[in-house]
Design a protein around this ligand. Sequence first.
Ligand code: PLP
Length: 359
Amino acid sequence: MSRSTVARVDLDALRSNYRLASERAGPARAMAVIKADGYGHGIAQVASALADLAPKYAVASLQEAQAVRASGQHQPVVLLQGPHAPADLDVAAEQGFEPVLHSGQQLDWLDASASKARFWLKVNTGMNRLGFAPTDLASVMSRLEAMGAKRNLLGFVTHFACADDESDSMTARQTATFLEATSAWPEYMRSVGNSAAHFFPGQPLFDWSRPGIMLYGGSPMMGRTGPELDLKPVMSLEAQLIATRTLRKGEAVGYGAGFVADREMRMGMVSVGYGDGYPRHAGTGTPAAIRGQRIRLIGRVSMDMLAVDLSGAPDAAEGDTVELWGATVSVDEVASCAGTISYELLTGITARVPRLYSR
Ligand SMILES: *Cc1c(COP(=O)(O)O)cnc(C)c1O
């Protein structure tokens, strides 16, 4: 008998979310960000499902870009961290990958390899992770000219730090800095915009936006859930109700005996735990659902199991399917109960959980 814990992936929902991203990107085209195994959904399946919609993909590493090619897709794939070794530039040229160069060392590699890869330049407008300082761009451009690489430059990229918060003025400041830094070279393309920027009022997305989490139905905006932004849940994490019992008032549940029943209550055990990627930090009160009815977690999450209070689903029976997140409970709600974001939950589903695809 196979274990009943599965992640169902609705590829139609993924496609619908991509269409929304594309509409919201306005005149910009949307490159589908499918790094981290398609945010845990399976990079090959995600790339294939979006093949007729997305003109470009973006990933973090060369290995991920190769997985896209192995899935049979031919669109350009942007390497968001650029090359990690000189040889990556040769592979990029052969395979149609577009590295984003962010450092002097990567320019040295480009110079040495004379690679014909088309590439982007990352501009640091305040996130301070990667990128050339705006004041260094002119010298970077002269260097590219001198080494004969300028003709392979596609354009400029920057990344927002605070676009999930509409009340924060940093996004406007970063946008202004980016425009000013690149204004001397209007003939090149510009790319800004994680998912949050697609919902940020009045935010220009220039030539290429880069939606990630919204494609998978997770909310990029602080304090909002995906469904509240018209995003469709793509992953449903499901397990089975494998035992039920009645707790008497005063009885405790699970490791540390941290939850104590304040009244008689029917409870159940569910076949999913942190060994599957369900967050151990999701405490008592975190929602789940049975038969479309909301129930709540009680006590500590174990490696292979967790406990639920069945008061909200009086007809629940052993063998029932339990939704940990999906159509009834958004992954954003669970993330917020666990003190994290949907990104971490979706990318954290472990290898023992089979992904089951539908369209
Ligand atoms: C991951 C990533 C994105 C996508 O971000 P989301 O918040 O998931 O939409 C866009 N741009 C860069 C540079 C990234 O690293």
